[in-house]
Design a protein around this ligand. Structure first.
Ligand code: HEM
Length: 187
């Protein structure tokens, strides 16, 4: 939401997608998600810039190996800096900009995108997490108008903690959309 408030054009594009594929006569539901690739791209792009586990979780190498020219002995604890990989300018064009479009029609993200880790110990909850976050975001966009509290952009600085919490909690203005009030009143 913070990124969307700072990029109203992206928010508008996401709303257009929901309007086009879901409309105003019913609430968005899980089965709509495959038809909402831009919403999914917003989730992907957010997790690229702000991965919830920036260093993933510690792994232990099960055998001697070489990673990027470094010899890693068996039994070494290895931390993968997904945050740095996600912002590497040799892997991403304009890496610090919030551009959900970069994930549209991208079939394979390769080894440079790993908000849920990778391989055998990849997060088993990633499908559930993507659906829950995508559906929550789509619902917030479908049902409410969102605005910043002032001219100033929402601060995106990171607080302390392993999961990169926001430094300051988000404060925003939101109101139910007139067009959706007939559905919201029945909830
Ligand atoms: C946006 C939400 C989530 C993010 C960003 C996330 C991210 C991650 C990451 C980075 C790992 C470590 C992968 C590695 O070893 O390198 C992990 C592991 C794990 N996650 Fe998630 N996760 C999310 C939601 C969930 C949910 C909803 C569940 C369960 C329903 C879940 C269950 C697990 C479990 C059990 C592991 C340990 C897997 C293993 O070590 O074999 N996660 N997650």
């Amino acid at each position: 939401m913070s990124l969307l408030l700072n990029h109203p054009n992206v928010l508008q594009k996401a709303r257009n997608e929901v309007e086009e594929h879901v409309g105003q006569e019913r609430l968005v539901q899980e089965t709509d998600l495959p038809n909402l690739p831009y919403i999914q791209s917003i989730v992907n792009e957010t997790l690229r810039l702000f991965p919830a586990a920036p260093l993933l979780v510690p792994h232990e190498s099960s055998e001697d190996c070489t990673i990027g020219g470094f010899e890693v002995a068996r039994g070494t604890i290895v931390l993968v800096n997904a945050w740095a990989i996600h912002r590497d300018p040799t892997l991403w064009e304009d890496p610090l900009s919030f551009k959900p479009e970069r994930f549209m029609n991208l079939r394979n993200t390769g080894y440079w995108y790993m908000p849920f880790g990778m391989g055998r110990r990849q997060c088993p909850g990633y499908g559930l997490a993507n659906r829950v976050v995508g559906l929550a975001l789509a619902s917030l966009i479908q049902c409410f108008e969102w605005e910043r509290v002032g001219e100033e952009l929402v601060g995106l600085s990171e607080g302390k903690g392993l999961t990169m919490p926001k430094d300051e909690p988000l404060v925003a203005m939101c109101k139910a959309r007139q067009e959706m009030s007939h559905l919201l009143m029945d909830l």
